[in-house]
Design a protein around this ligand. Sequence first.
Ligand SMILES: NC(=O)c1ccc[n+]([C@@H]2O[C@H](COP(=O)([O-])OP(=O)(O)OC[C@H]3O[C@@H](n4cnc5c(N)ncnc54)[C@H](OP(=O)(O)O)[C@@H]3O)[C@@H](O)[C@H]2O)c1
Length: 258
Amino acid sequence: MKTPSDKVALITGSSRGIGLAIAKRLCQDGYRVVLNSSKEVSLSPATQELAQQFGEDRIFGVTSDVSDEQSVRVMFERIQSHWGRLDVLMNNAGISPRLNGEKPTVETTPAEHWLQTIAINLTGTFYTCKYALPLMKPQGWGRIINMSSQAGRMFTGFASAHYSASKAGIIGFSRVLAGEVGEFGITVNCISPGKIQTSMAASYAKAKEVEDVYRAKTPLQRVGDVEDVVGAVSFLASADANFMTGSVLDVTGGFYMP
Ligand SMILES: NC(=O)c1ccc[n+]([C@@H]2O[C@H](COP(=O)([O-])OP(=O)(O)OC[C@H]3O[C@@H](n4cnc5c(N)ncnc54)[C@H](OP(=O)(O)O)[C@@H]3O)[C@@H](O)[C@H]2O)c1
């Protein structure tokens, strides 16, 4: 546990899975942490857990749907009035809808699944960045870390088109934003995990078969755990990554090698 600081980190989609693990790690790194998800019923237990572990004055839970601009705007107003600053934005909230537990093809993907996936994964990332910048720019410092995926880097055979398109879009979006905000001391990078054991990964009816294929094709011969991802975020948020922007950090056990 590092010395607590005043710095504030927001992790979207941090009620469970990778986001909750990142939130715990950034608490250990000394940040004050804003937890977020779209449902109070899932956010509240996570907020209570971290408040007990790290102190009530270090944790702030804000329910907000990142695909709704008005809801995102209100979340940032609440962060501004609660703590008055934002140093790290980790855009982690994401979905990967299945069709009866299976990966839909382009032909079978319902339009509403396509629109919802793009709205949460990609447009949600745009909204949070848009409202984080007015807090970060006056500080002359900020870290934006966007959650892509190996599905945004390559053809995996596991991911559907809506999810892959949203995750590839996040990489393109992040490059342009990195170019726009570097002069304000703000860096923008992506992390791109491989298969990580969470409820999202388990929601696939063929999860076990996918895991077996993943193990066979991955030099490290295993799927990842949420703890495998948090170090990359901790690094990109830290001063050790001061000269990195517009990059993508792959955390795939070697499944994806450029
Ligand atoms: N697991 C993997 O293998 C893997 C691999 C590569 C990348 N990723 C990416 O890593 C991120 C986390 O994945 P995960 O596996 O931890 O998923 P997860 O367990 O399903 O968690 C997703 C989180 O996002 C929140 N969320 C969903 N919709 C939201 C919205 N509209 N607004 C705000 N929060 C929302 C969820 O909470 P509520 O439902 O309460 O809103 C939950 O906290 C995602 O972006 C995912 O694409 C995952």
